[in-house]
Structures are given as structure tokens and as C-alpha cells.
Design a protein around this ligand. Structure first.
Ligand SMILES: NC(=O)c1ccc[n+]([C@@H]2O[C@H](COP(=O)([O-])OP(=O)(O)OC[C@H]3O[C@@H](n4cnc5c(N)ncnc54)[C@H](OP(=O)(O)O)[C@@H]3O)[C@@H](O)[C@H]2O)c1
Length: 207
């Protein structure tokens, strides 16, 4: 869902996108390619990562390290890697818990495993439709980014602005340790979903 939403937005913005999957012949990816009037392509995670100047990790958190391993460290080196994943553990049913929290995060695990990639945690706190169409929600609301590489954050910021996020709404939380809180927010997000009956919500910082 997330990969499809982001890839569709990128294609609409004129980018040349390859959707990666475990199987190069993924039916879901083929269906997405068919919807792009020939402007999108599909491939293995390695082919997608090799193709991209910027890489989005939109894989299930439990499979993210494996998926990025398949993408290949050499195909991620030097690139901005925008990590949208959440470390959700569904093994005990619903609601999920987190398989990493508090003193570490999946974003940091990804950065440690692929030290030459430039990981930026972003977009993981909003639903996939809001990611690429923030105006879908009424009023002002905020999006957080975190990462150890200023240049990568600037690159991510440019893309997020092109998605429709107002510059003043993109809040830089500093280095990648901020991903701990951004990922743990999912525990609250799941409760908000249950309380308000909708995932079309976000938060706004007031001071
Ligand atoms: N859904 C949302 O609105 C939303 C919002 C914020 C953040 N997120 C986060 O964004 C990520 C994607 O969410 P999603 O809802 O689009 O779908 P998802 O079902 O969580 O993930 C689908 C993707 O993960 C890959 N994948 C799953 N298990 C894998 C494994 N063991 N090894 C390698 N790859 C694996 C799939 O590969 P194949 O194509 O090969 O099947 C597919 O590319 C998740 O981490 C989620 O927590 C989701």
C-alpha cells in the first residue's frame, strides 16, 4: 500500500520509478506498473535499489532488514534511503507491539546495517494516503524527519515538499535516535485509530 501510494505520486511528479519486490514478477507490482502508462517499472529489490537515486523502504518492518539485504548494500551506498517502515510485531495478534523500542529503533538498525546509506526516517507516522496528499486532512498538521546526514534530510525535505507538505510543517527532530519516538508513536496512533475510528488523522505541534 505504502509503496504503491508513494510510487504513484512520484510517477505523477515526473520521476522514473522502479517498484521492488521479493519476486521480480510480483503481481501487485505488475498491476501498479500497468497503472502508470509505461512510466513505472518493476524488478527485484536489488534492481529497484540499483535504479534509484533515492530509495524508499516501504517494506513490512519485520522484513525490512531482509528486504534491504536483498536490495544490496552496494546499491544503497551513498544514497538517501527514506525509511517509512514501522517495527510492528503481529506475532501475538492485534494490536501489534513493537519488536524494537525505547533504546533503539528500526531506522537505527537499518543505518547500522547499511552504514554507507544515508537513512532518513520520515512519513511512518501518517497513513499512506496522507503521506502523498497532506491536504486530505483539514488544517495544519506536522510531519517529522530524522537522520544523521544533513544532505539526505535536505533531499528528503525537497521530495516531501513536492508531495504537498508545507515547508513549515516539516519538523526536523535531529539525528536518527529520534526514530525511537517516531516509531513508538505507532502505539498511540493505533489507539487513536480505535478511539476516533479513522486513520485519517495527524498531530500538530503547538508551543
Ligand atoms: N499502510 C500504511 O498506511 C502505513 C503508514 C505508515 C507506515 N507504514 C509502514 O510502511 C511499511 C509498508 O506498509 P504496507 O502497509 O504498505 O505493507 P506491508 O504489508 O507492511 O509491506 C509490504 C512490503 O513488504 C515486503 N515484505 C514483507 N515481508 C517481507 C520479508 N520477510 N522480506 C522482504 N520483504 C518483505 C513486501 O514484499 P513483496 O512485494 O515481495 O510481497 C512488500 O514490498 C510497513 O513497515 C508499515 O508499518 C504503513
Amino acid at each position: 500500500m505504502v509503496g504503491r501510494a508513494i510510487a504513484t505520486k512520484l510517477v505523477r511528479l515526473g520521476h522514473d520509478v522502479v517498484m521492488g519486490s521479493r519476486a521480480a514478477t510480483s503481481e501487485a507490482a505488475a498491476e501498479w506498473v500497468a497503472s502508470t502508462d509505461g512510466r513505472g517499472a518493476q524488478g527485484t529489490f536489488a534492481e529497484a535499489a540499483a535504479h534509484g537515486e533515492i530509495v524508499f523502504n516501504c517494506t513490512a518492518g519485520a522484513g525490512s532488514l531482509e528486504a534491504l539485504g536483498q536490495a544490496g548494500a552496494e546499491n544503497l551506498a551513498g544514497k538517501t534511503l527514506i525509511d517509512v517502515s514501522n517495527p510492528l510485531d503481529f506475532s501475538q495478534g492485534m494490536p501489534p507491539s513493537l519488536f524494537v523500542a525505547s533504546t533503539d529503533s528500526l531506522g537505527e538498525q537499518i543505518q547500522r546495517t547499511f552504514p554507507d546509506a544515508r537513512v532518513v526516517k520520515a512519513l511512518n507516522m501518517v497513513n499512506n494516503e496522507v503521506m502523498v496528499d497532506p491536504a486530505r486532512l483539514q488544517g495544519d498538521h506536522d510531519l517529522f524527519v530524522a537522520g544523521n546526514h544533513e544532505g539526505a534530510k535536505a533531499e528528503a525535505r525537497g521530495l516531501l515538499e513536492s508531495f504537498g507538505w508545507p515547508p513549515g510543517s516539516i519538523r526536523d527532530l535531529g539525528d536518527l535516535t529520534a526514530a525511537r519516538g517516531m516509531e513508538a508513536y505507532l502505539l498511540l496512533w493505533l489507539r487513536l485509530l480505535g478511539t476516533f475510528g479513522t486513520g485519517y488523522l495527524n498531530i500538530k505541534i503547538v508551543t
